[in-house]
Design a protein around this ligand. Structure first.
Ligand SMILES: Nc1ncnc2c1ncn2[C@@H]1O[C@H](COP(=O)(O)OP(=O)(O)OP(=O)(O)O)[C@@H](O)[C@H]1O
Length: 197
């Protein structure tokens, strides 16, 4: 499985180019970092890969073909702020089961307690809520996960737990992972190579 972005260029509205001529190839089982100064467009680029935005130039393909966007998207994103990524009016069970139905072993692996499923998002800590966003993004049809500052707001122990589980699951499932982060230590630890934006 190969995710390929070729010659990507993007601008918001009629503004200047945010970036142009960006190329990236990620294969199954690769863990690739994306780094660069604040505001250069790393998050925007990840949104293009996951089809939240259309590029003004260039193409995104999987195994050489355009990605079908009508069903579950094989490129899934997890953001820094889980509270912005869930519906505050849905209990966590509903949010979790939006895309797929993980079993108890899977939830255990990510440190999700059964009792949390019956709570509202505002009744969980940021780290607890982020585990749900990660679980939701790791459905069986996910081929590539983009972690955009996924654990930035978490303490070191929780960061390590979540990354350990995600990398384990990615390996089991033959997934590729993109890691957007300003944390050079994390990038060095988990990534095999880096795209400097
Ligand atoms: N919807 C939008 N409309 C207009 N400009 C936007 C929009 N979203 C983001 N931008 C601008 O695009 C630029 C790139 O933002 P983006 O979040 O992609 O950068 P980034 O490299 O991920 O930054 P950071 O490292 O700080 O997260 C920023 O200057 C931002 O203000």
């Amino acid at each position: 499985m190969l995710l390929e972005a070729k010659n990507i260029g993007f601008k918001y509205g009629a503004g200047d180019w945010l970036f142009r001529h960006v190329d990236l190839q990620v294969e199954a089982l690769e863990v690739v970092g994306i780094t660069g100064p604040s505001g250069v467009g790393k998050t925007t680029f990840s949104r293009i890969l996951a089809d939240y935005e259309l590029p003004n130039e260039g193409t995104v393909t999987m195994d050489g073909k355009p990605i079908m966007t009508s069903s579950y998207h094989p490129v899934q994103l997890v953001f820094q702020h889980p509270e912005k990524a869930v519906n505050p009016r849905w209990k966590l069970r509903r949010t979790l089961n939006e895309g797929w139905q993980p079993n108890d072993d899977f939830l255990d692996k990510l440190g999700i307690k059964q009792e949390w499923l019956n709570r509202w998002p505002n009744e969980l800590s940021g780290g607890e809520l982020q585990r749900f966003c990660v679980a939701r993004a790791l459905g069986p049809k996910t081929k590539f996960l983009i972690a955009d500052e996924m654990t930035t707001m978490l303490d070191a122990v929780t960061q390590a737990q979540i990354w350990h589980a995600v990398l384990d699951i990615a390996k089991e499932r033959n997934m590729g992972v993109l890691v957007i982060s300003h944390d050079q230590h994390l990038i060095n630890r988990v990534c095999t190579r880096v795209l400097e934006f």
